[in-house]
Design a protein around this ligand. Structure first.
Ligand SMILES: C[S@@+](CC[C@H](N)C(=O)[O-])C[C@H]1O[C@@H](n2cnc3c(N)ncnc32)[C@H](O)[C@@H]1O
Length: 486
């Protein structure tokens, strides 16, 4: 820990008003909006009196250097000497400025981490840099299924942001990390928030070998590269995307029956290979249900630029060239980013879906992921006869989009697309018969009866139509476009 137990209690007291809502209230809407755009002018005006909360905001939100006496008052009852020893603030000019990132996060949490590269331009991050709450952290937090579980594991716990969320719905929370520094930050974050996590040091799953969890989450160092590890938060030491494959292979032995693992991953687009086949190869043979959603794809130059500047390595052009040469040598044309969710469903016939979901999703994604696995369970226990016996209704607000061309006899429909305005925002091109079927899904009539009526209208046999319709209905159920009424 960065502080003693007593020091943590004192810091918590000092931070009583330094919460997300406390800061927003103190700053008001205009200054808060400015801060979100790194425009601190209004925030500095609103905190000019330098009372303790104002000084904390000036230090940790606005990145200012503040007079020593004001900082001492802001940390009270934590002695200033202890705040300095923990690295919370460092001498700068004739005052003090932040030495660590102390973020008010969520409703009433605090997260401790190292300062991002942007806080000290031109200086690369240290190899054991502990990442604060970033875009990937919040993506995973938003995509996590938030249902009550017994045991949860955060693999690569870092500053502890995922563990904070897990504590809301898991009886026990375990965090592992290869970095001693990360574990000491996680321990401090836990103590500061009055939480109790089991924290273990080691490489990947080694510290929890032989143990199983109901929920495993990981925002691992997924960056695709030659396997040289210069920064623990970013590089796994594994070449290419081997880390993501390793996690998938480890999942069956990590999960309890019914347990779920969710992690962020990058995957290489190798010339001549389909990315989906590559990722499917990782989960094949695990016996787990898998839903892999690709959210972004980057070309090598922008990918390498992103990660080099993330670590503040911009002054090293040789590093970029070396990394790009490695991409070329390994025929990697692009890198995909997404979420892998694996579930131990205890079935001999696991469902594996690898799909592009780059459209904007109406969050939180976690609720959508949970619903997707629920729908898979429905499909698993309903054979064709079972599906035909069900009543369905169309997703709320489902839209029909039509493209048509004016011809000599009026409009000729070229394309009809069902589009979900909410949730995962899927769109599906369909033919008129399926359109009629979906149109009749009002939750009142079993699918079999709908098919009887349609068969007469379209002059096909009921059995032929049922045989054709069942896989289509199953697909529409999987995507949440049709929902079973019961
Ligand atoms: C991207 S950070 C994620 C931190 C935090 N969980 C979050 O969501 O923001 C990745 C974390 O994995 C840790 N890590 C790196 N290599 C590891 C390894 N081989 N085994 C376990 N943890 C590792 C890093 O120290 C770092 O804390």
């Amino acid at each position: 820990m960065l502080l003693t137990d007593k020091g943590v209690d004192q810091l918590r007291t000092a931070l009583t008003d330094y919460t997300a809502s406390g800061i927003a209230e103190r700053l008001g809407p205009a200054a808060t909006a400015g801060v979100s755009r790194n425009d601190f002018r209004a925030a500095l005006r609103a905190t000019a009196d330098r009372d303790p909360l104002a000084t904390l905001i000036r230090l940790f939100v606005c990145g200012q250097t503040e007079p020593t006496a004001a900082v001492e008052a802001a940390f009270a009852p934590l002695p200033l000497a202890d705040a300095l020893a923990a690295g919370l603030v460092v001498p700068h000019g004739d005052g003090l400025r932040q030495g660590l990132d102390l973020e008010a996060y969520g409703d009433s949490w605090w997260v401790l981490a190292d300062l991002p590269a942007a806080a000290h331009p031109g200086i690369p991050l240290a190899p054991d840099h502990v990442l604060g709450v970033g875009g990937a952290s919040t993506t995973l937090a938003g995509a996590t299924i938030r249902r009550p579980v017994g045991s949860a594991l955060d693999l690569g716990v870092g500053c502890g942001v995922q563990a904070l969320h897990l504590t809301q719905h898991a009886t026990t929370v375990t965090g592992t990390d290869v970095s001693e520094r990360a574990l000491s930050f996680a321990a401090t974050t836990a103590a500061l928030n009055g939480m109790d996590w089991e924290l273990l040091r080691g490489d990947m799953v080694a510290p929890v070998a032989g143990r199983r969890f109901d929920l495993v989450v990981s925002n691992p160092p997924f960056v695709v590269g030659p396997g040289t590890a210069t920064h623990a938060y970013r590089d796994s030491g594994r070449p290419s995307d081997a880390l993501a494959a390793e996690l998938a292979a480890a999942a069956p032995d990590l999960l309890t029956e019914g347990g779920t693992m969710q992690y962020l991953a990058n995957w290489a687009y190798v010339t001549g290979e389909d990315w989906g086949d590559r990722v499917a190869g990782w989960v094949a043979g695990t016996g787990l249900d898998a839903w892999v959603i690709q959210r972004e794809v980057a070309d090598p130059v922008s990918y390498v630029d992103l990660w080099i500047s993330d670590a503040g390595e911009v002054r090293d052009p040789a590093r970029k060239a070396e990394w790009l040469d490695w991409f070329d040598a390994n025929k990697i044309e692009a890198v995909g980013f997404g979420l892998i969710t694996l579930r131990r469903s205890g079935t001999d016939d696991p469902v594996v879906r690898i799909e592009d979901l780059r459209q904007q999703v109406a969050g939180p994604l976690g609720a959508q992921v949970a619903a997707w696995f629920d729908r898979q369970q429905f499909l698993r226990v309903h054979d064709a006869a079972g599906l035909l016996a069900q009543r369905y209704r169309a997703a709320e607000g489902l839209q029909l989009r039509q493209e048509a061309t004016m011809g000599p006899e009026g409009w000729a429909v070229d394309r009809q697309v069902l589009a979900m305005p909410h949730g995962l925002r899927w769109s599906e091109e369909i033919d008129p018969l399926v359109l009629a079927l979906v149109g009749g899904c009002d939750g009142q009539v079993p699918l079999r009866d709908q098919i009887s009526v349609l068969a007469v209208a379209h002059e096909v046999t009921e059995s032929d139509l049922a045989e054709a319709a069942v896989p289509i209905v199953a697909h529409l159920v999987e995507r949440g476009i049709l929902l079973p009424e019961d």
